[in-house]
Design a protein around this ligand. Structure first.
Ligand code: BES
Ligand code: ZN
Length: 460
C-alpha cells in the first residue's frame, strides 16, 4: 500500500470533501418531524448517489415503515475481512432556532469550525468515511478490505424500524467488524476509542385533575392541582445525594471494577474547565463516584421537559386541568430498559395522590453497551488514531446512547468498534452544532490508516 499517496490525496482534497459534506448538511433531514419526510428521502438519494459515484455496488435505499436506510458495498478483497460501516443521516430538530448564530441548514465556516445541524452528529462523521474511502479508491483503485456501508434514517428517534431491517437483511449486512463514528473524543487533541455506551429509557408522565381549567379563586384549596402533584412526584425520584429513589433501579447495575476505576482515574478531566465550558456554576452528580464514572458507568434520571398551565405574558389565576413531563433514564449495560420503565412507572403511580389521574407511558429505549478492551480491532484503532492524530489514543466510555449497537453486534455476530471524532463542545442536539475542521482532516487520515490496519488482522 502506498500509504503516503493516499494520505497526500486526503491532504489535497479536504476542501472538496467538505463541499460534499456541506451538500448533505443543506438537507434538513429531521427524522422526528413528519413534515421533513421528503427531506429524508432526498438525503437518502444524495447518499446513494455518492456511493454510486464512489463505485460501490448494490447501492440501494432500503425502505422501512419509517425512514429508509441506505446501503452500498465494495467487496473485491476475497480472503480479507469485511467491514460494515454504520452511521445515521437523520438529525435532531433545530429548536430553539433563534439561538443559532447562522441558519442550521446553511453550513457556515467560522474560525476552524463548520456550523450546521448534523455537522458532527452524524453527517460530518459519515462523510469522513466516504472521504477516506474515496481517497483509497482514487489513489489505489481499491480498498484494503471489503467494505459495506449502511446508513440509518431513524437513529435519533430510537432506531424503531432498523432492528427489523437488520434481522431481515442479516446476510446483506454480514461482516467481521462494525465500525461506527458517532461519538465524541474526551477532549480536543486526544483521540479515543469508546468501549462503552449507556442505554436509555424514555417516558412520559401525564397527570389529570378536573375536566377543564378552573378559576383558582373559586376552586383553589379544595381541588388538587395537577402541576403541584406532578412536580411533587418528580421531586421524589431523586434524593439529595443524587441517588435515584425508584425501588430496584440499581439492582442490575454492574459495579465499576477496581481496575476500571484506576483506568478512568488516569484520564484527563478538569472539572472546573468542564463546568466552565458548558456555562454551569459547578458540576453535580451521584455521590461516591468520580465525574467520569457518573457520566459513563452510572445510571441516572433526568426530567427532559415539563408543561402545563399558564405560560403566557402576565399572570393568569388558573388551576390547570392537566400537567405533563417527559423524563429519561440513562442506563448502564445489563440494565433492561423495559424493566426500568416499569419500575419508574410503578413508583410514580404508587406515590400519585388519589386526587389526580396518572398515566405513565414508556416511549422508547435501548440497551447500553460494553466491549472488551483487548481485542485486535481495538489495537488496530489505537495505532491508527495514534498515527492519524500524532498522539497516543485513549480508551473511553460515553454517556450517550446508540441503541442499535448491542443488537447489531449480536445479530451480525461481529465486533463493534466505536471510533468517533466529535468534541465535548460540539453542541450536538443544541444550537450552533459544529464540526472541528482539524478533527475532520485528522479523522479522515486516521480512517484511511484504520481500514488498512483492520485488513491486516488475521481472521481466526
Ligand atoms: N451520536 C449520538 C450518541 C452519543 C452521544 C454517543 C453522546 C456518545 C455521546 C446519537 O446520535 C444520539 O444522540 N443518540 C440518542 C439516542 C436516543 C435518541 C435513543 C441519545 O443518546 O440521546
Ligand atoms: Zn444524536
Amino acid at each position: 500500500m502506498q500509504k503516503q499517496n493516499i494520505l497526500n490525496y486526503v491532504d489535497s482534497h479536504v476542501e472538496s470533501f467538505l463541499d460534499d459534506l456541506k451538500a448533505g448538511l443543506r438537507i434538513p433531514s429531521i427524522s422526528s418531524d413528519p413534515e421533513h419526510k421528503p427531506d429524508m428521502a432526498k438525503m437518502a438519494d444524495l447518499l446513494s448517489g455518492r456511493m454510486n459515484s464512489l463505485g460501490f455496488q448494490k447501492v440501494q435505499t432500503i425502505p422501512t415503515p419509517g425512514h429508509p436506510a441506505v446501503y452500498g458495498e465494495w467487496l473485491h478483497q476475497p480472503g480479507k475481512p469485511t467491514l460494515l460501516i454504520y452511521g445515521h443521516y437523520d438529525v435532531q430538530p433545530v429548536d430553539p432556532v433563534e439561538l443559532w448564530t447562522s441558519p442550521p441548514f446553511e453550513p457556515d465556516t467560522r474560525g476552524k469550525k463548520l456550523y450546521a445541524r448534523g455537522a458532527v452528529d452524524d453527517k460530518g462523521q459519515v462523510y469522513m468515511h466516504l472521504a477516506a474511502i474515496s481517497a483509497w479508491l482514487k489513489s489505489e483503485n481499491k480498498l484494503p478490505l471489503n467494505v459495506k456501508i449502511v446508513l440509518e434514517g431513524e437513529e435519533e428517534v430510537g432506531s424503531e424500524h432498523f432492528e427489523e431491517l437488520v434481522k431481515t437483511h442479516r446476510e446483506l449486512l454480514a461482516s467481521d467488524y462494525i465500525l461506527i463514528s458517532d461519538t465524541p473524543m474526551l477532549q480536543k487533541g486526544l483521540p479515543g476509542i469508546t468501549y462503552g455506551l449507556r442505554g436509555l429509557a424514555y417516558l412520559q408522565l401525564d397527570v389529570r385533575g378536573s375536566s377543564a381549567d378552573l378559576h383558582s379563586g373559586s376552586f383553589g384549596g379544595i381541588v388538587a392541582n395537577p402541576l403541584n402533584a406532578l412536580t411533587k412526584m418528580l421531586a421524589a425520584l431523586k434524593d439529595d445525594s443524587g441517588h435515584v429513589t425508584v425501588p430496584g433501579f440499581y439492582d442490575d447495575v454492574v459495579e465499576i471494577s477496581a481496575e476500571e476505576h484506576a483506568n478512568i482515574a488516569r484520564l484527563p478531566f478538569d472539572e472546573t474547565n468542564f463546568a466552565e465550558s458548558i456555562g454551569a456554576p459547578v458540576l453535580s452528580g451521584e455521590e461516591g463516584f468520580t465525574r467520569l464514572e457518573q457520566l459513563w458507568a452510572r445510571p441516572t434520571l433526568d426530567i427532559n421537559g415539563i408543561w402545563g398551565g399558564y405560560q403566557g405574558p402576565g399572570a393568569k389565576t388558573v388551576i390547570p386541568a392537566e400537567a405533563h413531563a417527559k423524563l429519561s433514564c440513562r442506563l448502564v449495560p445489563n440494565q433492561d430498559w423495559r424493566k426500568i420503565s416499569d419500575q419508574v412507572a410503578s413508583f410514580l403511580k404508587s406515590i400519585a395522590p388519589e386526587s389526580v389521574d396518572v398515566t405513565v407511558t414508556a416511549m422508547h429505549g435501548g440497551r447500553g453497551y460494553l466491549a472488551g478492551i483487548d481485542s485486535p480491532s481495538i489495537q488496530a484503532a489505537k495505532s491508527a488514531l495514534a498515527e492519524g492524530f500524532a498522539t497516543e489514543a485513549v480508551l473511553i466510555r460515553e454517556g450517550g446512547s446508540i441503541p442499535i449497537v448491542p443488537m447489531l453486534a449480536e445479530t451480525l455476530d461481529a465486533e463493534v468498534l466505536l471510533v468517533g471524532f466529535g468534541l465535548p463542545d460540539q453542541n450536538a442536539h443544541a444550537p450552533d452544532e459544529n464540526l472541528d475542521l482539524e478533527n475532520f482532516h485528522m479523522g479522515i487520515r486516521s480512517l484511511v490508516i484504520l481500514y488498512h490496519k483492520l485488513s491486516e488482522i488475521k481472521q481466526v
